[in-house]
Write a protein that binds this ligand. Structure first.
Ligand code: NAD
Ligand code: USQ
Length: 406
């Protein structure tokens, strides 16, 4: 297949592009490197030393003989994006290219509006470009489990059968997202659903849980191919952060009680789920939703698993409960269905001690690059105006939390 990977320089996109290239598909990466710029602006870096896209792709070609095309440009630039769709003529477009951090979207008004403009306009441009130049192309869009929030009922895969006043219908599952970022995903979902109905486009929305891990078979081939391992409070996700905190001898940062329960998956399952979606496309006019995660844990359970693995390696790994800087339920019911990808052949990697050992092992290998100042949370959901000082930079953690009265 001809597959365009939008956001292919990022964490999920890089691993996916290599995997699909190694499987023999003709892959093109589209990216504007804005994620590298956000890291620079925030003064943070991935733990692992990632190379430039050009160097990574040269190394990939040298090691495997596989070539990946590159189109550098911004999804919000319709002329660029539509020319890419017209010229590359993809059978499948995998859309990872969004601002994906909830804390980033909650810094202040500018970051909230930027997140929604970047994500919504990029996705709308893609929908129009597909309609204009490749209307039979299958869109595989990365959504998120956080679109659903934490309702007090079981979460279905995209749709729910409802009976009301003697009538019944199957309707989109109610959405209660918890940040301006998660809201942008809900708005994307509605736009894509509408375009499938109105124009007959075909799309699969992958409501992905929190991804962990850094190595896949392909990225492990050589250090030049190494993937991101983010651990700062803005872009680092829970389990990655906990492993690096443990390796650094820093207490594990559980926000609040730690009963926040989420779906999680290994990066190796992300790439396999995306492949399954590509190989089993939606029908023309169909808007399909898969919940893409393999196991659910509370953040306290995760912290305890990291603690147990770290202690086997002689690390102290204390658990600290910090005041939760986010507005979220700290204890709640959570039971989300996730059987459609399993039915199509996914064989999950489960979070085991050996995986945690290897994640903590990578953290120890690069421990000289750990910056402990990025562990404590700065961004407060309750009062965005407190998240910046007069110079426009993020405040120190203590100052932000004390001022907002948490
Ligand atoms: P990432 O930030 O590592 O990668 C995103 C890439 O998209 C970056 O390389 C960035 O430069 C590019 N990009 C962003 N806006 C762009 C634009 N306007 N034009 C061109 N390129 C642009 O993010 P990730 O962790 O790989 O996440 C990828 C997707 O998966 C996102 O849509 C995210 O919402 C979703 N997702 C991620 C996770 C996770 O845990 N990482 C979980 C659920 C869903
Ligand atoms: N958390 C802690 N301690 C930390 C960091 C996070 O307790 O040091 C908690 C958060 O409060 C939250 C949970 O862990 O309750 C998950 O937070 P996260 O930062 O790991 O993940 P989240 O903000 O939800 O976002 C991540 C990705 C996003 C993706 C989402 C999937 O950044 O792109 O959409 O996971 S989901 O959560 O299913 O919506």
């Amino acid at each position: 297949m001809r597959i365009a990977v939008l956001g292919g320089d990022g964490y999920c996109g890089w691993a996916t592009a290599l995997y699909l290239s190694q499987k023999g598909h003709q892959v093109a990466i589209v990216d504007n490197f804005i994620r590298r710029k956000w890291d620079f602006d925030l003064g943070v870096e991935t733990l692992t030393p990632i190379r430039s896209l050009r160097d990574r792709l040269q190394a990939w070609k040298d090691l495997t003989g596989n070539h990946i095309d590159v189109f550098v440009g911004d999804m919000t630039d319709y002329a660029f994006l539509s020319a890419h769709i017209r010229d590359f003529e993809p059978d499948t477009v995998i859309h990872f290219a969004e601002q994906r951090s909830a804390p980033y979207s909650m810094i202040d008004r500018e970051h909230a509006t930027f997140t929604q403009v970047n994500n919504l306009v990029g996705t709308l441009n893609l929908l129009f470009a597909l309609r204009e130049f490749k209307s039979d192309c299958h869109l595989v869009k990365l959504g998120t489990m956080g679109e659903y929030g934490t309702p007090n009922i079981d979460i279905e895969e995209g749709y729910i059968r409802i009976e009301h006043n003697g009538r019944a219908d199957t309707l989109p599952f109610p959405k209660q997202p918890g940040s301006f970022y998660h809201l942008s995903k809900v708005h994307d979902t509605h736009n894509i659903h509408f375009c499938c109905k109105a124009w007959g486009l075909r799309a699969t929305d992958l409501n992905q849980g929190v991804v962990y891990g850094t190595m896949t078979d392909d990225t492990a081939l050589d250090e030049a191919l190494i993937n991101r391992f983010d651990y700062d409070e803005i872009f680092g996700t829970a389990l990655n952060r906990f492993c690096i905190e443990a390796a650094a001898g820093h207490p594990i940062t559980v926000y609040g009680k730690g009963g926040q329960t989420r779906g999680f998956l290994d990066i190796r399952d992300t790439i396999r789920c995306v492949e399954i979606a590509c190989l089993n496309p939606a029908e023309p006019g169909e808007f399909r939703v898969f919940n893409q995660f393999t196991e659910q844990f509370s953040v306290l359970e995760l912290a305890q698993m990291v603690q147990a693995a770290a202690r086997k390696l002689g690390l102290k790994a204390e658990i600290n409960h910090l005041p939760d800087p986010r507005v979220e339920a700290e204890t709640h019911y959570y039971n989300a269905r996730h059987s459609k990808l399993i039915d199509l052949g996914l064989q999950p990697h489960l979070l085991s001690d050996s995986l945690l050992d290897s994640m903590i092992g990578i953290a120890l290998k690069y421990s000289e690059r750990i910056d402990q100042s990025v562990f404590l949370p700065n961004v407060n959901w309750r009062n965005a105006s407190n998240n910046r000082n007069g110079n426009g930079r993020l405040r120190t953690p203590a100052a932000a939390l004390i001022q907002s009265g948490v």
